[in-house]
Design a protein around this ligand. Structure first.
Ligand SMILES: Cc1ncc(COP(=O)(O)O)c(C=O)c1O
Length: 291
């Protein structure tokens, strides 16, 4: 597990991922509305393809990268305390790509029964067609989870709080159990929490997913998804989010901190970041407030 990074503050929500200077000194993120990128000459393109471009991070093709999208990815990664992130056209795009990247035929997946129903469908129907087995256990029942782990288990899928019943899973205990079983990874859909309330990577979770369509965006005007992680390569997007959607999501990320007082008022505040007894207290408190 990588070192836990400092909790996000308002400055992170506003500035993380922002380049030092933008073209034309614009304050807001410019929308790079392009599918492809130009190279001055064929020789310059060839140099890039050989990996010898003086700017190896320059863009080449829209699905591999877009500067507007990149700001969103870096900002959500910073808010989650992750090293990097990848944005997708929807939350299901993020979940589907992450699952397909993490498991293969013959592997086994464990997931909790209270999970967004499309995620359950994905595991139960689509992954099954690709020879990936699964077991479903009651939400947050860590004993049942441990009992379900097999030598072929490679992934545990959870949400916290879950959708629809808002069950808060003890992510620290979950990661401890999973890590005892070697090559198993944990993927947590943290859509309902947002990084304001909970940063699963701090508890040892491997991959965090967001349907950015929900609180990360917050205005019911865009679809989006993000996957972040700190210690292994994330898959590249199968379908990137439209760039103007990314700009709207970035604007929402800036406002995320403004949500905090309201979330605290509901009892579902940032205390969930603290492991151990504080986590348990926070879970109980969040349960009272949310269930
Ligand atoms: C917890 C959770 N995860 C994932 C999704 C899927 O996200 P999207 O609608 O952006 O594909 C949803 C959608 O409702 C959700 O509630």
């Amino acid at each position: 597990m990588s070192q836990s990074k400092p909790p996000p503050d308002s400055t992170t929500a506003v500035h993380a991922g922002t380049p030092g200077a933008r073209p034309h000194h614009t304050l807001t993120t410019a929308i790079a509305q392009t599918a492809t990128y130009t190279f001055e000459t064929t020789a310059v393109l060839e140099r890039y393809m050989r990996g010898e471009d003086p700017d190896p991070d320059r863009e080449e093709y829209g699905r591999y990268g877009n500067p507007t999208v990149r700001e969103l990815e870096e900002r959500v990664a910073a808010l989650e305390g992750a090293d990097d992130g990848v944005a997708f056209a929807s939350g299901m795009g993020a979940i589907t790509t992450a699952l397909l990247a993490l498991v293969k035929a013959g592997d086994h997946v464990v997931l909790f029964n209270d999970c967004y129903r499309r995620t359950r469908q994905l595991v139960r129907t689509v992954l099954t067609r690709f020879g990936i087995e699964h077991d479903v256990v009651p939400a947050g029942d860590l004993a049942a989870l441990e009992a379900a782990l097999k030598p072929s288990t490679r992934l545990v899928v959870s949400e916290s709080p879950t959708n629809p019943f808002l069950y808060c899973v003890d992510l620290k205990k979950l990661s401890e159990i999973v890590k005892r079983h070697g090559r198993v990874k944990t993927l947590v859909d943290s859509t309902m929490a947002t990084p304001v309330n909970c940063r699963p990577l701090d508890f040892g979770v491997d991959v965090v997913i967001h349907s950015a369509t929900k609180y990360l965006s917050g205005h019911n005007d865009v679809l989006g998804g993000v996957a972040v992680s700190s210690h292994f390569t994330l898959p590249f997007p199968i379908a990137s989010m439209a760039t103007w959607d990314k700009e709207l999501n970035l604007e929402s990320a800036r406002r995320l901190r403004a949500l905090e007082p309201q979330l605290l008022a509901t009892g579902h505040g940032p205390v969930l970041r603290d492991p151990g007894k504080a986590t348990v207290r926070a879970i109980e408190r969040a349960h009272r407030a949310l269930c």
